[in-house]
Design a protein around this ligand. Structure first.
Ligand SMILES: [Zn+2]
Length: 134
């Protein structure tokens, strides 16, 4: 499979993923509407609210995946997908096979993660200093 075929394959996979996610969201919304009947007592109400919270957390994850698939399709259609957003170099086929929605090459991804870790450490050190001087 050459690079162009791979990008075409990724697009097809993302469209299929979007269809599945949309179906799942519609089913969940239907279930939540059906479960909206008046609960018998406070315990039923608490159980209903708890299950709704879990359901919403799952839907949020699905929504993020849906947005990612849609963004990937748009990037493919614009001819941007497969190139690193940071350095502009082609993202390796190995990386695209492992993570089809990648927007960064491996080196830039690692660089970004290392920067985030350093920033978290600086913030943690800063908050420790504030506590020591308080
Ligand atoms: Zn890069």
């Amino acid at each position: 499979m050459n690079r162009e075929q791979m990008i075409h394959h990724i697009r097809k996979t993302m469209v299929e993923q979007m269809d599945l996610l949309k179906e799942s969201v519609e089913t969940a919304v239907g279930k939540m509407k059906a479960a909206d009947d008046r609960p018998a007592d406070y315990f039923d109400l608490a159980a209903l609210e708890s299950s709704k919270a879990v359901e919403l957390k799952c839907r949020t994850k699905e929504w993020q995946m849906l947005l990612q698939a849609k963004e990937t399709i748009m990037r493919i259609d614009l001819g941007l997908h497969g190139f690193c957003d940071s350095c502009g170099r082609p993202i390796s086929r190995k990386r695209l096979r492992a993570a089809p929605a990648s927007k960064l090459c491996l080196a830039c991804q690692q660089d970004q993660e290392n920067r985030a870790i350093r920033q978290q450490r600086r913030l943690a050190a800063g908050s420790r200093m504030v506590w020591q001087h308080a």
